[in-house]
Write a protein that binds this ligand. Structure first.
Ligand SMILES: N=CN[C@@H](CCC(=O)O)C(=O)O
Ligand SMILES: [Zn+2]
Length: 424
């Protein structure tokens, strides 16, 4: 049955219109499409038109008689937020390591001693499908409550074919049953299994010859990701893994230059990655190669914040012409959060981004980073009616007030799934 919904008279409606063909770069990142007193007409889960309330109500007078109306007066409406880099599916938590880091140990030392990613891998391998599903669903609910309507989710805590597939299947089951859309990424190359740490090339061969072909054959992932970092996967191994993914139709992404400068940005450009993520230590040459190759920088300020590191230089990347997206990097070790709005605060306060740029970075540019910009990321005719309404009158409030959740209403595919800040 066709349902008509009208979101009415938002004090500001941010459309993000006209960036769907390619990601916004440079000054285009500030072009967020503000409509004061904006309304959105939705039919059958899709956007029909966005515009001034007066104009829309006049134009669609007859259709509006039967419409469900959502009053957004005094509130801010934006495209549903998109988180383009999460490790959603895992078991357990690592607060013990947090205490160890506060006492002076480093993230990589903990991992090299068998903790870190290895600790979560043990917990995830041990967990049954039901436990993994329930723990991950609770996190997905939190994302939705923070205004997120599309999320990327990586595997990478299985590290064997069986357990990587288990993680990816849980992500698919969540996608089938939850309002939030999930784009899956295979990340078998998240770490070399601890027991095999002296035989990295043997594991790389398994990722390339066994895991990637089978994950692709089962249609379980869109992207293929690798943790390119000293002590994890070398640039050469990363290239090999990402090229193998491409041969099987998996689009490349890369965890690049997080802890040390390690040619990650350069590998991203060489392989034609959709995005390179982290980039705290990316070289100037790597950044310009990314700009030339059109690789999106997915910046993860929560990770720098939580690991107490220097933040990525977003200004430098922006000025070089790299498209920027922002993400939580939600995971149990380096960024245990579900708040994309907090990443917007950090983007402004710690990475030199403007309030307009951070909005672009969590909507249309994030949509490009997950290959979904033709369907989501902006409020334009024909796109999915994914809209977040915040209990603030101006978009500046989102990156000004921090540590708060201003989400009032979330509309997904035209259905209200959060109302008054509560899940329906
Ligand atoms: N750096 C590699 N992977 C994750 C962290 C995973 C973990 O610590 O469990 C990240 O993106 O930060
Ligand atoms: Zn990550």
């Amino acid at each position: 049955m066709s349902e008509t919904v009208l979101i009415r008279n938002a004090s500001q409606l941010i459309t993000m219109a006209s960036h769907s063909k390619r990601p916004a770069v440079k000054t285009a990142m500030s072009d967020i499409g503000v409509i004061e007193g904006g309304s959105v007409l939705i039919e059958n889960g899709c956007i029909v038109e966005a515009g001034e309330d007066r104009v829309l109500c006049e134009k669609y007078k007859s259709r509006l008689k039967k419409a469900k109306q959502i009053d957004a007066a005094g509130k801010l409406a934006t495209p549903g937020l998109i988180d383009p880099h999460t490790h959603l599916v895992y078991a357990g938590t690592r607060e013990n390591e947090y205490a160890m880091r506060l006492a002076g140990q480093s993230y990589m030392d903990i991992m090299q001693a068998g903790g870190g990613i290895h600790a979560t891998t043990r917990a995830t391998q041990k967990a049954g499908v039901e436990q993994l599903y329930e723990e991950s669903k609770a996190r997905l609910d939190q994302f939705l409550l923070h205004g997120v309507t599309t999320i990327e989710a990586k595997s990478g805590y299985g590290l064997t074919l069986e357990h990587e597939i288990k993680q990816l299947e849980v992500a698919h089951a969540l996608a089938d049953n939850h309002a939030v859309d999930i784009v899956s990424t295979f990340m078998g190359a998240h770490a070399i299994p601890y027991a095999e740490k002296d035989h990295p090339d043997r594991f790389v061969e398994r990722v390339v010859n066994d895991m990637i072909p089978e994950v692709a054959r089962r249609g379980l992932a869109v992207f293929n990701d690798v943790f390119c970092e000293r002590g994890v996967f070398t640039p050469e191994q990363s290239l090999k893994i990402l090229e193998a993914g491409k041969r099987h139709g998996l689009l490349p992404k890369i965890h690049a230059d997080e802890i040390e400068p390690y040619q990650g940005a350069e590998v991203a450009a060489q392989v034609g990655a959709v995005s390179a993520d982290h980039l705290l230590k990316a070289s100037d040459a790597g950044i310009s190669k990314m700009a030339e190759a059109g690789v999106i920088a997915v910046l993860l300020p929560g990770t720098a914040f939580f690991l107490m590191k220097e933040f990525a230089d977003a200004r430098k990347m922006r000025d070089a012409g790299v498209a920027l997206a922002l993400s939580t990097d939600a995971n149990p070790g380096s960024s245990p959060t579900h708040s994309l709005p907090f990443m917007m605060n950090l983007g402004c306060l710690k990475m030199g981004m403007t309030p307009e740029e951070v909005l672009t970075a969590v909507t249309i540019n994030a949509a490009h980073a997950v290959g979904a910009a033709s369907k989501v990321g902006s409020i334009e005719p024909g796109k999915k009616a994914d809209i977040t309404i915040f209990n603030v009158p101006h978009y500046l409030m989102l990156s000004y007030q921090y540590g708060m959740n201003h989400v009032d209403t979330v509309v997904k595919n035209g259905n209200v799934c959060v109302e008054g800040g509560h899940l329906l």
